[in-house]
Design a protein around this ligand. Sequence first.
Ligand SMILES: [Zn+2]
Length: 293
Amino acid sequence: MTSMAQAPDIPEATDREPANIDRPIPLSLTAAAHQLLDSTPASATTCPDGVAWCLGDPRDHSDPREHLHKGPERTFSGPYGNGLLGFHLTQWDDSAPCVTFEAGGQWRDLDLDQVDQLVNDGAEHWAALRAVRAELADLLSGDQPGDSEPREWAITVRGGGHISGYLPRWADGDPSRQDVAPDLLGNALADLDICTYFEGAPLNVFCPSWGGDEAGVYEQQVLRGNIDVHPYSEDPERRQPVANLEVLDDFWLSDLGPEELADVISKLTTQVDRLRGVHTQLVQARADWQANA
Ligand SMILES: [Zn+2]
């Protein structure tokens, strides 16, 4: 159920007491007013009805017909804006508690499913922002001389002749070769690999003894990989850019305490962010490949 905020006439922001800004707030709410909102007392009193998470603001409990229980409001602020995307727990008297969330100047009461949807959509939104950020960084760091020049790899054949093809900007190296014997040209083309690598998550993994190495805990790159294309592969799938993930097999992260588990989560989160960037890069690499190769 969506409890959309009704939009009654809104008095001037300066006339309103922050604690009463429960529902619609003017779009023009100033940064100063937001700071006022943010400075709503954190734990001034206790709730007269004994609601544990309620801040007990007397202004929310003064109406004998209806008490509004509100938890601490969380927002964030920075050079991009003030008091953004605020939310807090809310309960009107005996009705079900909900999360009240502010966006676009509107406060909305969200049930559990709606909060889940907000969290999921929000995660996608930030991922999209990261992708745009990467695009911006590329735009700002670009414009180096020769960047617009098309690049090519080339294989020269002993005794004369050469074969060349498109070498994308994202490639880490240049697979060009010189003086390839004519009878090895087929192999050289089949092996031709245009590639860019990305790092994995560095995790301390217990490894059994293998080869000359003793069993023990070693730092391993987990989920590292590359994007590559083999223009002359026998497999048509590999003649366009693909992503390859190297996952450790049969290795365990053992005996993790809460802090160690949190560290793993943090590293995997970073890796998931990186993979989102790799996904964007792969989509761009395919489009670029189809347009130019
Ligand atoms: Zn209360």
